[in-house]
Write a protein that binds this ligand. Structure first.
Ligand code: HEC
Length: 205
């Protein structure tokens, strides 16, 4: 009995040491070289959909965000993420394309560490449940108007959808309010860094 207890103790200590190495030391060794981007650096890359929002909802955009630029984009992103957390979107959506089950064919490039090394990913929202699709490559997948219609009434654009509607993203006239605009800006940001070659349409490219 005593020998068994000693064996269990030693095994426990070894497993603990292995766990600490695998879950804490190894990730730290892998990730420590990746620079952390600040919110200002993140907001420097404004996707075209943000300018489109300002064109499509000019009155509302002006009222809540002013002009579409890096400053207003930063504000919209920060609010969008806050609302995403508050509304528990993460309860049904992940933000991580996993390297299994051919996920890259459905969602796009498998997620990699450096795309989480920025202030927008603090805290990261990898999520665990997938009642709805992964959102890490959402940017550009749908138009701004599609998102507005979807938040207002998901089954209107995706028949049979079980996603709840978010009427509080809209004002009494049915136009998007600050939360609605911020949420769509956030959706169009998620994965925008992976789309760059598509919209870098300057001469010669
Ligand atoms: C009860 C679970 C649930 C919750 C909560 C939820 N969703 Fe969904 N979502 C779904 C399902 C299911 C779909 C797929 C059907 C559809 O398109 O509506 C979906 C689809 C989507 C899509 C379209 C994805 C694509 O590429 O087609 C977006 C964007 C989205 N959700 C964003 C959100 C946001 C933002 C929130 C929080 C404000 C949220 N969802 C909350 C279940 C949920």
């Amino acid at each position: 009995m005593e020998r068994f207890a000693t064996f269990a103790l030693v095994a426990g200590i070894l497993f603990f040491a292995f766990g600490t190495f695998w879950q804490a030391v190894a990730p730290w060794l892998t990730l420590r070289g990746i620079p952390m981007k600040s919110m200002d650096e993140v907001a420097r890359e404004v996707p075209p959909e943000f300018y489109m929002l300002a064109n499509q909802y000019p009155e509302e955009f002006k009222k809540y965000f002013g002009e579409p630029n890096e400053r207003s984009f930063k504000e919209a992103l920060e609010l969008g993420k806050k609302v995403y957390i508050a509304e528990a979107c993460w309860h049904c959506h992940t933000q991580q394309v996993r390297p299994v089950s051919n996920e890259e064919f459905r969602f796009g490039r498998v997620s990699y560490p450096s795309e989480y090394a920025n202030a927008m990913q603090l805290p990261q929202l990898l999520g665990t449940r997938r009642v709805g699709p992964d959102l890490m490559r959402e940017s550009g997948r749908h138009s701004n108007d599609w998102h507005m219609a979807h938040f207002k009434n998901p089954p209107a654009v995706t028949p049979g959808s079980v996603m709840p509607s978010y009427p509080w993203f809209f004002d009494e006239k049915g136009r998007p309010n600050k939360k609605g605009l911020a949420m769509v800006a956030y959706m169009q940001w998620l994965g925008s860094w992976e789309r760059k070659p598509m919209y870098a349409l300057k001469g010669g490219e």
